[in-house]
Write a new protein. Structure first.
Length: 166
């Protein structure tokens, strides 16, 4: 009987030690709102010969443009939209020709394809659009020197977007 009590005590101590908080793998009590993606998603840049607001090919779903800024050769935007169950795609649609002014202007629009997402959450995500194709088109038209383009993006909350490059 004494051996049985000792065995139960050893088992109890073993279980208690196994349930302790291991510092090498702490348990989080924060709810998981994943997937976690600290890096912004990169969207495509396409050129169209017609009105950039005719974006049927790349999506016509609604979204809210929360912020937009040009950082180096990247257009960074923060967008909110209804959904959350499917992958959403955002495309920067740019006109094929520049509007002549000083500096030149380029009409652009953001097309949103919600892929038929039926959910009604309202996530906010950051997207980046690499502006290298726009810079290459500018240099093909105006030469290889530095340039400045005013991007005419509808719904821009903070005024005109100016893209300057070497």
């Amino acid at each position: 009987m004494k051996d049985l009590g000792l065995l139960l005590l050893v088992l109890l101590v073993t279980f208690a030690a196994a349930c302790g908080n291991d510092e090498d793998s702490p348990v989080s009590t924060t709810p998981d709102h994943g997937p976690f993606n600290d890096a912004p998603t990169t969207g495509n840049v396409v050129f169209v010969p017609s009105d950039v607001r005719s974006t049927n090919q790349w999506g016509t779903d609604d979204y809210e443009l929360k912020a937009a800024a040009v950082r180096g050769d990247t257009l960074a935007v923060s967008v909110s939209y209804s959904g959350g169950c499917r992958t959403h795609r955002f495309t920067l649609v740019a006109a094929e020709v520049f509007k002549e002014s000083d500096p030149v202007q380029l009409d652009v629009a953001i097309a949103h394809d919600a892929d038929g997402d039926p959910c009604e959450a309202y996530p906010t995500e950051d997207y980046h659009f690499i502006l290298d194709p726009i810079k290459a088109r500018y240099k093909a038209s105006y030469g290889t020197g530095p340039g400045t383009i005013v991007l005419g993006l509808d719904r821009t909350p903070d005024g005109p977007l100016v893209y300057t490059f070497d």
